[in-house]
Structure formats: C-alpha cells, structure tokens
Design a protein around this ligand. Structure first.
Ligand code: ADP
Length: 155
C-alpha cells in the first residue's frame, strides 16, 4: 500500500496551539505529514520564513512522522512533488468553510486524486488565530497562552 502522506499548508505566522492541535489529531491517520509553509509573494509575513520554520521544527521535534518544508506555487503541485494524496486543513468558522469549500472543490477538479481532509478545532482552541497573536505581540501583550509550550516569540 502507498504510504499515506499529507500536506498541512499554511502561513504559520506564527504557529499557534490551534495548528498544533489539528496536526497532532491528524497524525494517527497518516504515515507522514509535511507542514508546508507557503511563500506567498502577495502576502507580507510578520515573522521571517526562517523563524516560522524554526518554531514549527521545535514544536514537533519529537514527532518522527512530521516534516517541515516551504513551497511556492499551487498546493496541489507541491502535493504531487511530494507524493502526497491528502491536504489537511482546519475549519474554525463558517467563513473558513465557505473559503475552504471553494478551494477544495477547485483543487478536486484540477487534481482528482488528492483529497482535502478537514478537522474541526476543539472548542477551547477555535478562537485562536495567528492574526490575533500578531496583534497581541505588536501591542506588547503576552501571547504565550496561544502558542505551543516552549515557543518564545521574542527569540
Ligand atoms: P492560511 O493563511 O493558509 O489560512 P494559517 O497558518 O492561518 O494559514 O492556517 C493554516 C491552517 O490551520 C488552516 O487550515 C487554518 O484553518 C488552520 N487553523 C489555524 N488556526 C486554527 C485553530 N485555532 N483551530 C483549527 N485550525 C486552525
């Protein structure tokens, strides 16, 4: 049987407890999950690619099935390059649903062999998102409750 490889694409600017939870719950379903940081030229990130990658590697240092990579271009093309048949996404809100539905259905037309798998956040983490974490940091607040254990956003 083919190894079940999933891509978990996103900006991870920065990684939050929400991302961590989705990844850990999805992990038993797959042989390998590649956390894939999209390099989007239209979207200016707050943290550098190197910082974001470093923190993700730190969070999953003890998970041999997790890898971290960066990519440009279409997610389905990156999936093909990595032999990944699955795209993993989280669904926090109805706005996420409408947005993700369009992308997943269009991806399905372009690459019928790739399935998008959605995981709902646990209720206590569903309000966390990277935008709010960045706002807290910009305004000198303490974002530690929202990011994985051990992540020092000042480092
Ligand atoms: P993108 O810019 O592609 O949405 P993000 O880094 O914001 O990148 O999110 C990557 C994925 O993680 C998305 O599928 C998003 O829905 C999911 N996600 C982010 N925060 C949470 C959370 N608190 N609970 C569940 N899923 C989440």
């Amino acid at each position: 049987m083919n190894r079940r490889i999933a891509i978990f694409p996103g900006s991870f600017d920065p990684i939050t407890k929400g991302h961590e939870n989705i990844l850990l719950r999805a992990l038993p379903l797959f042989d390998e999950v590649i956390i894939s940081i999209g390099k989007n030229s239209n979207k200016q990130s707050y943290f550098t690619l190197e910082q974001r990658e470093k923190w993700i590697k730190q969070v999953f240092a003890n998970e041999p099935k997790v890898r971290v990579e960066t990519y440009t271009g279409l997610t389905i093309d990156f999936c093909k390059k990595k032999n990944a048949d699955y795209i993993l996404r989280g669904l926090r809100t109805s706005a996420d649903f409408e947005f993700e539905k369009a992308i997943a259905q269009n991806n399905k037309v372009m690459a019928p062999e790739i399935e998008t798998i959605f995981i709902l956040p646990v209720s206590e983490l569903s309000a966390i998102n990277s935008t709010i974490v960045r706002d807290i940091i910009r305004n000198g607040g303490n974002a530690a409750p929202f990011v994985p254990e051990g992540i020092d956003l000042k480092s």
